[in-house]
Each structure stands twice: as C-alpha cells, then as structure tokens.
Design a protein around this ligand. Structure first.
Ligand code: GDP
Length: 441
C-alpha cells in the first residue's frame, strides 16, 4: 500500500528540499503536486482539500520561510498533518464492562471478517487475554467451518455453531459457555452480505441489543478505496461502530481508505490486516503509517515484531550455547524457524527506511532458500545434527535425496554453518559482550 503515493511525494519533496530558499510560488507548486498525488491515491476529495489548505497555511508561516532548511520543514509539516489525519495516536480495542467483553465483527462478505476474527483471537491471546470465538455467520457457506479451523490452529475455544441456528441464539449460548470456561473476550463473527441491506442491519442491531458489545469493529477491504469509507459511514449510521479494521493493506491498495476513513467517519482505524497468515494483523499507528508513506521507514514496528518473536529464555540458551561452542545444526534450524515465523522477509524489509515495494521486487528475495535449508537439516539424523563432522560423502548423498535437494546444496549449507561457527569461535575469544545487543535478530 502507498507505493505510488510514496514515490510521488518523494519527488515533490526532493524538489522542495533542493532549494535554499522557498518562495510562496514554490510552495504553491509543491502543494499542487501533493494534491494530485493524494487524489490519485484515492483519498476523499474533501479530505484532500482540507489537508492541502492546512499544510499550505503552515508552510507559509515565518518559521518555515525563514528557516535554513525550509524544504525539510515542509516535509515535517506534511508528516505531522498526515499523522493528524489518521488520528494521532493508536486506539485500542474497547473491552470494558462485565466479562466476557463482547466484540462484534461486522462487514461485507469477502472483506476478511472471518480471517480477522481468528487474527484478533491470536492477538488478544498474545496480550494475555482469554478469547473465545463465535461463528455467527450462518449464511456464507463454510464461514463456520473456516473459523473453527482457524480456532483449532491457534488453540482458542470456539462455539460449535450450526448453520441452521439463529445467530442471536448462538451468541447467547456462546456467552454462557465462554463464562463457564473463564474466557474474557467474546469475538463474534457476524454475517456478511454482498451489499448493505435492511435484513442484515436488523439482525446486527438485534445482536447488539442483547449482547451489548463493548466494541463493534467494521472490517473493510483497503483495496476498495472510497467504497470502504462509504461502507464505514453506512454501518456507523445504522449500527454505530467503535472502529475499523482495514484488511489487505499488503496488496496494492492506493491508501485512500486509510487516509480518509477517520476524517470522513470520525471513527478510528484500530487494526490493519497485512497478509493472509493468522499473525498478519497490526495495531494501527498513525505516526508510523505516516512515516511509511513518506519513505521514512517503520523501524519501531520492525523492532516490535522481532521482540514479539523472541523468547527470552530461548535467547539466553542460545547465548550460552554460542559461548560454549555447542551451537548445533539443530539450533541453527530453530533459529531459521524463528526468522520464518516473523513472516515473509519482504514484509520485514518494507519497514526499513528507504525500501519500497518496487525496489524489493528487483531484489528477488528467495524464501524458498529458507525452506530448502530447513528441509536439508530435517533429513539429517539427530546424531548428524549434533556432530556435523561425521557427515561424509555418502551421508551427504542420502541427505540430499531425502530433502529433495542436490548434494551441492547440502555442501553449501554445511560450509555456511562451519563458517558461522568459526566466526563465533573468534568472537568467543574476544568475548561475547558485543553480541548481546544482537539478541534475537
Ligand atoms: P469474510 O467473508 O469477510 O469472512 O472474508 P474472509 O475472512 O473469508 O476473507 C476473504 C479473503 O480475504 C480470504 O481469502 C482471506 O485470506 C483474505 N484476506 C483477509 N484478510 C487479508 C489481509 O489482510 N491480506 C490479504 N492479502 N488477504 C486477506
């Protein structure tokens, strides 16, 4: 998301920063370009108008015009205004009231509601909550099954809904069950439709009245741009929503929905879906999103992702093993798994400053390489993993066959591993202190 906007704004700022002094005409020209870029990104025209007016007014102020780096100042203003547009701070899920708190997920079919319910359950569990999933979309074939499967994958309790049952009865019964099981958040996946219609709204209102949710999240597809904004307004008017989850922000959505939805509907984006994997859900941080739009990177999110994946105990174990030169191929494989858990490498790199999706495409990052390495290690016997020195020619052949790779691949892996170990030995002599800061990365 935001790729072409990022590029367009980048060239506007380059021109502005290239000048020692800025005149009113320079700023006028720059703002015309910003306006075009935002409109092309499918940002709501009223939002664009106000945004450009605000940035212009501030840019023409004395502190910018008289600054030694006026171009930089304009970028800073755009960053601040973008952040403000998206809502300043992130807004958490509302979970107050009697337990279990009820969160309703609403939205059109295909927006990603069911997937998001599963993602939210995982997210909540990571924050120490005990979620309970309720499949109440009895109309879309397979929605119930889909949620039950997701629940099974992450080990979260799920209500055994029948598609012939009434959605409200399902919710009421599920709440009882959740109470008995000591769960504190009920996540209700409600029915979607192809369009907003009265029957759907009536059903949602009926559930809302009896279940008194602490939060209602509209799940909207970022790829649909202004339609997502209209949808949010419609649901808010008829049902009242607490916030929005924008899904599919990993695709080539132009970003118009993310930039307009808050200011048009007055409701915050609370989460963004960033992929099909169950872990691909992020809290929405307006400031981080703004720096991503401006190509300033999102290093904070990257660090958080890494921290989330690192188990402190495991990190300490690893450090001890490295110090004693006991780091085996098995440990090496565990490390690879950690890296893969963090999601596609491309997604991680995108968060770094100055990396945009186009550049990534050219880099050709080969995830398959990681898979291959893991397959090779899996094909070794436990003894071989612990004592790589015993892996002779015939063992190499067997391992290659077992993992569906070539002997050269096995050789390459062993070479990389022994080189790493040599490096570690050297570091060990010099003390491992310097490596502490690298924990988990
Ligand atoms: P529902 O009808 O609203 O319940 O939609 P689903 O949860 O079944 O999602 C529809 C499709 O969108 C599925 O193929 C999901 O895998 C996909 N999807 C959902 N969220 C995301 C996301 O954040 N990124 C991507 N790339 N796909 C998503």
């Amino acid at each position: 998301m935001f790729d072409s906007l990022n590029e367009r704004l980048g060239s506007v700022f380059k021109a502005l920063k290239g000048r020692g002094k800025l005149t009113e005409a320079h700023i006028e020209d720059g703002m015309k370009e910003v306006r075009m870029a935002l409109l092309e990104a499918d940002v709501h025209y009223r939002v664009v108008k106000q945004f450009v007016a605000d940035v212009k007014a501030r840019s023409l102020g004395r502190e910018v015009m008289e600054s030694l780096t006026p171009g930089q100042q304009v970028v800073k203003i755009v960053y601040e205004e973008l952040t403000r547009l998206m809502g300043e701070a992130s807004v958490p899920l509302e979970l107050s009231g009697p337990k279990p708190a009820v969160v309703m997920l609403v939205g059109l079919q295909g927006a990603g509601k069911t997937t998001t319910a599963g993602k939210l359950a995982l997210y909540l569990r990571k924050t120490g909550k005990k979620p309970y999933l309720v499949p109440a979309d009895v109309y879309r074939p397979a929605a119930i099954e889909q949620l039950q499967k997701l629940a099974g994958e992450i080990g979260v309790p799920v209500y055994p809904s029948e598609s012939s049952a009434d959605p409200l009865d399902i919710c009421l019964d599920a709440r009882e069950d959740a109470r008995k099981q000591g769960c504190d958040v009920l996540l209700v996946d409600t029915a979607g439709r192809l369009h907003v219609d009265e029957t759907l709204m009536a059903e949602l209102v009926r559930i809302r009245e009896k279940m008194t949710p602490s939060d209602i999240l509209l799940v909207a597809d970022a790829m649909t741009g202004q339609d997502a904004v209209k949808m949010a307004s419609a649901f808010d008017q008829d049902l009242g929503i607490g916030g929005i989850v924008l899904t599919k922000t990993d695709g080539d959505a132009r970003g118009g929905a993310a930039l307009s939805i808050r200011s048009v509907t007055g409701r915050p984006v609370k989460f963004v879906g960033t992929g099909e994997k169950i872990s691909a859900l992020d809290l929405f941080h307006p400031d981080r999103m703004a720096s991503r739009i401006l190509g300033m990177g999102d290093t904070l999110s990257l660090i958080e992702k890494a921290q989330e994946m690192v188990d402190e105990k495991q990190a300490a174990d690893l450090e001890r093993k490295l110090r004693k030169n006991e780091f085996t191929l098995e440990d090496f494989r565990d490390q690879l798994r950690q890296v893969r858990k963090m999601g596609p490498i491309g997604d991680l790199l995108k968060m770094l400053p100055g990396v945009n999706e186009k550049a990534l495409g050219k880099m050709n990052i080969d995830e398959r390489e990681l898979v291959r390495v893991e397959a090779i290690i899996n094909s070794m016997t436990p003894e071989e993993r612990r004592r790589h020195a015993i892996i002779n020619g015939s063992r190499r052949k067997r391992i290659a066959r077992g993992s569906g790779t070539r002997v050269q691949d096995v050789n390459q892996l062993l070479k990389n591993y022994t080189q790493t170990m040599k490096m570690v030995k050297k570091l060990n002599k010099g003390g491992l202190k310097g490596m502490r800061g690298m924990r988990g990365m």
